[in-house]
Design a protein around this ligand. Structure first.
Ligand code: BEZ
Length: 212
């Protein structure tokens, strides 16, 4: 069992998926990626999540983010389940689902938390940057479906803060003001943030979102 932490390289693997065999790093290419696990096929919350993920795929594409799901069942099971998802969620599943029958990937990514359930995965989310480093980990219990708006919000923050010396405050949404990171000295602010800034405290300096 691996422990994966922020900043680690996302472990590579090969796997069968509902869309054929993949080498994960090759499949990611130069894109950002979201890898998320499902406790099992033909389960109700997962069915809604995969339907929602498919409806949101265009928003992830616009951000250059590829999505891939994982469930510890086989390809034929996935294909049958996808028909149910399409029917019940009024969508067309448009992302691959890893068939992790031997739990190789689930164990590699520490997606099985035995004190929660010793067989099924929890609902893990890994956001991976174009450098293949892990940028975000969120873990939900099986009983709680994910919020895809929150994933987009965090990805907007990750992509903004990767290229600008800002961080995003509580409840930030794309377009809101940002905070200037503490490593930027006051003397550099005018050059780096020509839109202006407000100094509320020496450590709390606010600027309009720089990439808009
Ligand atoms: C579900 O996806 O609906 C689910 C899976 C395992 C336990 C509880 C709910």
């Amino acid at each position: 069992m691996a422990t994966i932490r922020l900043g680690d390289e996302a472990p590579n693997f090969t796997a069968q998926t509902s869309e054929g065999e993949i080498d994960f790093h090759h499949w990611l290419g130069d894109s950002w990626g979201v890898l998320f696990s499902h406790p099992a096929d033909y389960t109700p919350v997962c069915t809604t999540e995969l339907g929602m993920a498919s409806k949101y795929k265009q928003k992830f594409d616009q951000r250059n983010v590829k999505m891939i799901a994982l469930s510890v069942d086989g390809v034929e099971s996935h294909k049958g389940w996808i028909k149910d998802i399409n029917e019940t969620q009024h969508t067309t599943v448009n992302l691959p689902i890893i068939a992790d029958e031997d739990k190789k990937v689930a164990l590699l990514y520490d997606m099985i938390h035995p004190n929660a359930d010793d067989k099924l995965t929890v609902r893990s989310v890994f956001v991976i940057g174009p450098d293949k480093k892990v940028k975000l980990i969120i873990v939900y219990p099986a009983s709680t479906g994910r919020n895809f708006d929150e994933l987009l919000r965090v990805i907007d923050s990750l992509q903004l803060t990767a290229y600008h010396k800002v961080a995003t405050p509580a409840n930030w949404q794309n377009g809101d003001d940002c905070v200037i990171v503490p490593s930027v000295p006051d003397e550099k602010i005018a050059e780096l943030f020509p839109k202006g800034h407000t100094k509320i405290k020496p450590y709390l300096r606010i600027t309009p979102q720089p990439n808009l």
